[in-house]
Design a protein around this ligand. Structure first.
Ligand SMILES: C[S@@+](CC[C@H](N)C(=O)[O-])C[C@H]1O[C@@H](n2cnc3c(N)ncnc32)[C@H](O)[C@@H]1O
Length: 268
């Protein structure tokens, strides 16, 4: 489903306006966005090392929420664990299933893929570790997060850990952060994040790098809104949902204005 370009704020909105009616604007995770997300995710190693270190400390089956196309799922499987990967979008589930089918025999077989909503799920059994990486907690509103925490508690084994990452965003002079990224395919993308200090949501828009954009024909642009959930706020929110944070690990910064944190929580 396409989204209206007029809804995109700041620099990305101006760039899109320049392309006029050539723009095809989609959600980053829909059927058009999934392949671009996957292209970028395939070269993104953010938080994998820190996450695996924390998972290794707690033996047993792993539940991964918002698994996407498997950026974290495959490394989790490589630890030798049974992994249940839950993902909302059909397009992402299809990409994940394809990757698992291509993985060496014995790896894919240890993964159960479930299409479902992380804010409201009921699975058979309990898990030693529940993982929610890539700042994906920020995709849920307060009601969704309350549902998530209740479902996580219901699926955690005694002594189990809930591992989730979040990002703090520092105020800057500029509202727009304009970056270039290269996907696994070699394609170059322009990523523009729009956020002003105090705003609850940052808007990320991805479009082809300017020098790679053809003179005519459609221009695919993808956009997503991400809530800003500073780690201290999230720790308080988790505590009131009965999940006590027992460790915080710094993650390498994605840019000068982002600070990533991996939180480890257990049932209080
Ligand atoms: C930032 S991506 C992360 C994907 C993957 N973990 C990675 O590192 O590449 C967020 C994922 O969450 C999925 N998602 C969004 N809302 C969801 C929900 N309510 N329940 C489950 N998955 C959801 C999106 O479709 C997307 O695949």
């Amino acid at each position: 489903m396409t989204t209206r370009t007029a809804t995109v704020p700041g620099l990305a909105g101006q760039v899109l306006a320049g392309y006029g009616d050539r723009v095809r604007l989609h959600d980053l995770y829909d059927e058009a966005g999934a392949s671009v997300y996957h292209d970028l995710a395939a070269v993104d190693t953010t938080e994998i090392r820190e996450l695996l270190r924390s998972v290794r400390a707690v033996p047993g089956p792993v539940l991964e929420l918002a698994a996407g196309s498997g950026r974290l799922t495959l490394p989790l499987l490589a630890l030798g664990r049974e992994v249940t990967a839950l993902e909302l979008e059909e397009s992402m589930v299809a990409l994940l299933r394809d990757r698992l089918a291509e993985a060496p025999a014995g790896i894919g077989a240890r993964c159960t893929v479930v299409q479902g909503d992380m804010s409201d799920f009921q699975l058979d059994g309990t898990f030693a570790v529940v993982v929610l990486g890539t700042t994906s907690v920020s995709l849920l509103d307060a009601e969704g997060r309350a549902g998530l925490y209740a479902a996580v508690r219901a699926h955690l084994r005694p002594g189990g850990r809930f591992l989730l990452s979040t990002v703090d965003v520092a105020g800057a002079d500029e509202d727009d952060l304009d970056l270039e990224a290269v996907g696994a395919s070699g394609r170059r993308y322009r990523m523009i994040e729009h956020w002003r200090a105090g705003q609850e949501v940052r808007r990320v828009t991805i479009l082809p790098a300017e020098r790679d954009t053809p003179q005519d024909g459609p221009v695919l642009a993808l956009t997503t809104s991400i809530r800003v959930l500073p780690p201290d706020d999230l720790v308080r929110e988790l505590a009131s949902a009965g999940l006590r944070v027992v460790a915080r690990h710094s993650l390498p910064a994605a840019s000068h204005r982002h600070t990533g944190v991996l939180l480890e929580a257990e049932a209080a």
